[in-house]
Design a protein around this ligand. Structure first.
Ligand code: KG4
Ligand code: ZN
Length: 368
């Protein structure tokens, strides 16, 4: 039984995975995912219009013990039956990461359990493994990770082989949705509110720039925000009218999606993947899903997107990274050592440090 913990941003999440069931050939989440809990802090941060890192960290401290107790109860096991602990090590908000990781280390040390530190983005990428067999991405696959903190296209050539094809130079796609929503006077969290408003709008009402600079390896959304800001100021009181908000929302959504789709198509053409996985909180956007699905179908590429609860931050995806390593390497995690020369197993879990910034390219080039 593997306990996994995710606290990198504003969701406290805990899951329990039965490793033996995970290993079964025809595995499905109904059998191996024994519990999968998320305590969202959205309400807490609404008053501030964004995540307040210090408050988020304190909330993780308050939530974690009871969430773990609940996860164990739901799984029908006691703490003694846990055989390994996986935890997000980074990237994310430092204070938030520290809460989960310190908890995981303490638990691992006290009970003599292996600790598997997990890269948050690897979690998002392997969230595709939570899908039924037929829908799981097949290697090599491309993945678009789009959330409030990340926007990247990653080529996954084989298990744990990640090549970043493009990432954002400035704002993340979710941030562009959120900032636009704030400018249009829509409620927090902005992305869902903006996409709802966009449903009634005309996406050609305003011509916002498509944030693809000349560099094929970058996304850029900060210029888009400035362009939107200028239009809103120019519109004056009209910018507050319902129809205008709908049109602004539809136009902004259109240009964010265009940028994402254009780079995705370019990458598919360059790397000819078998599958394309859309993941991260922005994957909730219906228009983005529909556009990418159409584009991939046209190109004969399998399109996968996990259910929303596994697109947004969750602990199941963190557990799946650890469980996949265990399955693929046939290790039992005893003395588990993710980087040659560093003991990160039960003998020294304390050596693992949280990494607020942790490029996925440095997954194996470790310093603790
Ligand atoms: O993955 P996530 O839950 O948290 C992290 O940022 O890690 O992603 C949240 C982001 C926010 O920026 C939110 O506005 C955006 O995903 N989002 C959406 C939609 N639902 C959530 N953006 C566009 N359309 C949506 N329907
Ligand atoms: Zn995330």
């Amino acid at each position: 039984m593997l306990l996994s913990i995710e606290t990198s941003c504003d969701e406290t999440a805990v899951s329990v995975i039965c490793l033996d069931s995970f290993k079964a050939a025809a595995r499905d989440t109904d059998t191996y995912l024994k519990s999968d809990l998320i305590a969202s802090q959205t309400e807490l941060h609404t008053a501030y219009g964004g995540v307040v890192p210090e408050l988020a960290a304190r909330e993780h401290i308050a939530n974690l013990p009871s969430l773990i107790a609940e996860a164990l109860q739901q799984a029908g096991i006691s703490l003694e039956e846990i055989s390994a602990v996986a935890c997000t090590r980074g990237p994310g908000l430092k204070g938030c990461l520290l809460v989960g990781l310190s908890f995981a280390k303490a638990l691992a040390l006290a009970r003599g359990l292996p600790l598997i530190p997990v890269h948050h983005i690897e979690g998002h990428i392997l969230a595709g493994e939570l899908l039924p067999e037929a829908e799981r991405p097949k290697y090599p696959f491309l993945t678009l990770v789009v959330s409030g903190g990340h926007t990247m296209l990653v080529l996954v050539e084989s298990f744990r082989s990640y090549r970043v094809i493009a990432s954002t130079r400035d704002d993340a796609a979710g941030e562009a949705f959120d900032k636009g929503a704030t400018l249009f006077g829509l409620p927090y969290p902005g992305g869902p509110a903006l996409s709802r408003a966009a449903e009634g709008g005309d996406s050609s009402a305003f011509a916002f720039p498509v944030g693809v600079p000349g560099d094929p390896n970058s996304f850029s959304f900060s210029g888009l925000k400035t362009a939107v800001q200028r239009v809103v100021i120019g519109l004056g009181a009209e910018a507050k009218e319902e129809k205008t908000v709908q049109n602004l929302s539809a136009s902004l959504q259109h240009s964010i999606i265009e940028a994402l789709v254009k780079k995705s198509n370019q990458a598919v053409e360059s790397f000819s993947p078998k599958s394309f996985l859309l993941t991260g909180g922005v994957a909730a956007n219906k228009e983005l899903r529909a556009r990418l699905k159409r584009e991939m179908e046209k190109r004969g590429v399998q399109f996968s997107v996990p259910p929303y609860r596994w697109c947004t931050d969750n602990a199941a995806m963190i557990g799946v990274v650890a469980a996949s390593i265990w399955e693929k390497t046939e290790q039992d995690f005893k003395g588990w050592n993710p980087t040659p020369g560093k003991e990160l197993g039960p003998s020294a879990p304390i050596a693992v440090g949280a990494r607020a910034k942790w490029p996925i390219a440095e997954l194996f080039a470790d310093e603790c």
